[in-house]
Design a protein around this ligand. Structure first.
Ligand SMILES: [Zn+2]
Length: 350
């Protein structure tokens, strides 16, 4: 059994998360300022939040002045509120020659998919639905969900999935001669990047060989990953919400509803989230005893963006319902079926 887990009195993070230490006063090393979240571990980024307006001016300038061959901008469209708002924003601030791209992972919610249809029609924007990565992703999900059960699933599965779909976006940008890619990470999604992907990272080959057995992917499949220097171009990748002033999810929802893009009832995160999420949370509750998203929730609580009291309650309920596969059981079972797995495959044998 999983016992002796200490919880930070302020941000709810637990000491079972890698690198977290809870002091005698009950506060974690993040809360006491000894540790920083995501890219903020690097002192170079530490004051980036305070320079948001400088980056924002740069962003508007880039949007206005970047010209490409077939399109000027590529926007990742997931069918959620943030990517919808971002698409409208990029269209309005650039010359309007925008390509929206959705990378099919096979687990998008039905609502997200129908949102995409609505939004592209309403904005009159060209849209590509990329399906050639679905096979690689399915293979990766199945492997990652059933291995390394001592590791937080977000840390491994979301990381790899992100590498895959961002590879698809970058290769699409190269194919159509598009200089810039825009991704709707929320302001506090700073696990790996702030505002943009670094030049250094873009020069690397992104195939994550340390995560998989040598022969799991064919040479053809490996070529679907961003190959860095050997690609025929190097588009820039931006995360505009890191620098857009006064981001509020309620404001984003209201604005896209007002613009006739997504009515409020269709933009809830629970509805538009990737369906693998439930399985990831289930897996981590069973094996680690805490929510897979706890590190990022806690970060938001520390930043005052999310309420500690609300999350305390949500996490309590999630642990009971998701941790015991009670709800949403049907969605969980559907996802497992698609993966050819069973609940027991996700849980460490004891
Ligand atoms: Zn804390």
């Amino acid at each position: 059994m999983l016992t002796n887990m200490k919880t930070c009195k302020s941000c709810l993070i637990v000491d079972r998360v890698e690198g977290v230490v809870i002091g005698k006063d009950g506060a974690c090393n993040y809360c006491s300022g000894q540790k920083h979240f995501g890219v903020m571990e690097d002192p170079a980024f530490r004051d980036a939040y305070d320079k948001k307006d400088v980056f924002y001016t740069e962003l508007l300038d880039i949007l206005k002045n970047s010209k490409g061959r077939d399109y000027d901008a590529l926007v990742a469209l997931s069918g959620g509120k943030d990517s919808t708002w971002l698409l409208k924003f990029v269209k309005e601030h650039s010359g309007g020659r925008v390509l929206a791209v959705t990378v099919d992972n096979g687990f998008e919610s039905g609502i997200a998919l129908s949102n995409i249809e609505r939004v592209k029609k309403a904005l009159g924007i060209d849209h590509l639905f990329i399906e050639e990565y679905t096979g690689v992703l399915l293979k990766a999900y199945r492997y990652l969900l059933t291995h390394n059960k001592d590791r937080n699933t977000v840390d491994i599965l979301c990381r790899i999935c992100t590498i895959v779909w961002q590879s698809a976006l970058l290769k699409t940008a190269v194919k159509y001669g598009i200089p810039n890619v825009y991704i709707g990470y929320s302001p506090d999604q700073i696990e790996y990047y702030f505002f943009r992907i670094t030049e250094k990272r873009l020069k690397e080959n992104w195939f994550p060989r340390e995560f998989f057995p040598e022969d799991m992917f064919s040479e053809e499949e490996k070529k679907l990953f961003w190959l860095g220097e050997s690609e025929g171009g190097r588009p820039a990748v931006y995360f505009p919400f890191h620098v857009v002033p006064s981001y509020k999810s309620s404001r984003i929802r209201a604005e896209i509803a007002k613009a006739g893009l997504l009515p409020k009832g269709r933009s809830s995160q629970t509805l538009t989230n990737c369906r693998l999420n439930w399985l990831m949370m289930y897996r981590d509750y069973r094996n680690l005893g805490y929510n897979a998203h706890l590190p990022s929730f806690s970060h938001k609580i520390r930043r005052g963006i999310e309420s500690r009291a609300e999350w305390n309650m949500s996490l309590f309920l999630a642990k009971i319902f998701i941790g015991n596969a009670l709800f949403p059981r049907k969605l969980m079972k559907d996802a497992l079926k698609k993966l050819g797995l069973d609940f027991s495959d996700l849980v460490k044998k004891r």
